[in-house]
Design a protein around this ligand. Structure first.
Ligand SMILES: NC(=O)c1ccc[n+]([C@@H]2O[C@H](COP(=O)([O-])OP(=O)(O)OC[C@H]3O[C@@H](n4cnc5c(N)ncnc54)[C@H](O)[C@@H]3O)[C@@H](O)[C@H]2O)c1
Ligand SMILES: CC(C)(CO)[C@@H](O)C(=O)[O-]
Length: 300
């Protein structure tokens, strides 16, 4: 199976690197500096995995049997339109936020797309070097909920590379559950500059986190997704488990990078309007993050 990683940044390089270490045929597609470093010195993975992986890298995609789709949500359309696929190509998105699978499907056709969520953690340290920062479950599934041979095969492939993966018949709910966690944690940590654990220690931030998550659950339920209200406690649980993390959105803001706010809190606002659920907390969080993105003064 020829595997193409579309968007070899932190998580894409880690997954692609782990698959290549297992002997799979992998092409990492990323930006020039990262590609050049990998082609001259190999991909260095440090942290929970320690390896130099000799894997091919390019700035342009090639045809693949499996495409691991790992660009940030705001790059989805552009990256999808550069893919080269054949009749049997599977495109597996491991992105956060909502709407990525639909955007990819619009470009390549729905029959090619499989949804995924991962609690693996990775950091991009410098060109040619990523850090493996966390291990967690990866869940994949067909968008229509069917359990197909191809999704089972894909799960086997990832498991063989040491990426603990299971197949679900409700990937949309899984994507929503991860979304609610990101809605509760990411924007508030990005705005206030605190690590995830502080959201539990500071009563005002804890209240905000619960309100933001509750709005997301209400919107999801109105969209027909079977989300329980206990998810709000699970958001707190994730903040506890990742207490020392600086969330991905806080890291983006600190580096002066664009955030995934539109696919996370902004998506709750947009969908809330569609289904008639008020989302004042997420509206303000979205406006603040968009404002901060535009403000030099807030770069830490
Ligand atoms: N990093 C993590 O631990 C983690 C965990 C779970 C989910 N995710 C999700 O996975 C996605 C990627 O996250 P990340 O942290 O790896 O981001 P990242 O910014 O490190 O990686 C994305 C990479 O894609 C590259 N890219 C974008 N468009 C491209 C194009 N057209 N051609 C070639 N390269 C292109 C970017 O240059 C970047 O290097 C996000 O949706 C994120 O929320 C990340
Ligand atoms: C789970 C999470 C919020 C932990 O920091 C992570 O998904 C992130 O930072 O985006």
């Amino acid at each position: 199976m020829k595997i193409v990683v579309m968007g070899a940044g932190a998580i894409g390089s880690l997954f692609g690197g782990l698959l290549a270490l297992r002997g799979e045929d992998v092409l990492l597609v990323g930006r020039r500096s990262h590609v050049d470093a990998i082609n001259s010195r190999g991909l260095k993975i440090s942290g929970m995995t320690d390896a130099i992986v000799h894997v091919r890298a390019s700035t342009h995609p090639e045809e693949g049997d499996l495409i691991l789709f790992t660009v940030k949500s705001y790059d989805t359309e552009k990256a999808a339109s550069s893919l080269i696929i054949n009749d049997d190509t599977i495109v597996l998105s491991l992105q956060n936020g909502l709407g990525n699978e639909e955007k990819i499907a619009e470009v390549v056709g729905r029959e090619h797309v499989i949804g995924g969520v991962t609690s693996y953690g990775a950091l991009f340290l410098e060109p040619g070097h990523v850090s493996h920062t966390g291990i967690g479950e990866t869940v994949i599934g067909e968008l229509d909920g069917s359990i197909t041979e191809r999704v089972s095969r894909l799960s086997d492939l990832l498991n063989k590379a040491g990426i603990m993966t299971s197949v679900t018949d409700s990937i949309k709910r899984k994507i929503w559950e991860k979304l609610v966690v990101n809605v509760g944690i990411n924007a508030i940590t990005a705005i206030t500059g605190v690590k995830n654990g502080k959201l539990l220690e500071i009563p005002q931030l804890r209240e905000l986190m619960r309100y933001a998550s509750l709005e997301a659950v209400e919107v999801g339920r109105k969209q027909g997704i079977d989300l329980g209200y206990d998810l709000i406690d699970r958001v707190e649980e994730v903040a506890r488990r990742t207490a020392e993390n600086r969330s991905s959105m806080l890291q983006d803001i600190s580096r002066g990078k664009k955030t995934e706010i539109d696919a996370i809190n902004g998506m709750i606002v947009r969908l809330g309007e569609e289904v008639g659920v008020d989302t004042p907390v997420n509206r303000i969080l979205t406006l603040l993050v968009r404002g901060i993105e535009k403000s030099e003064a807030f770069r830490r």
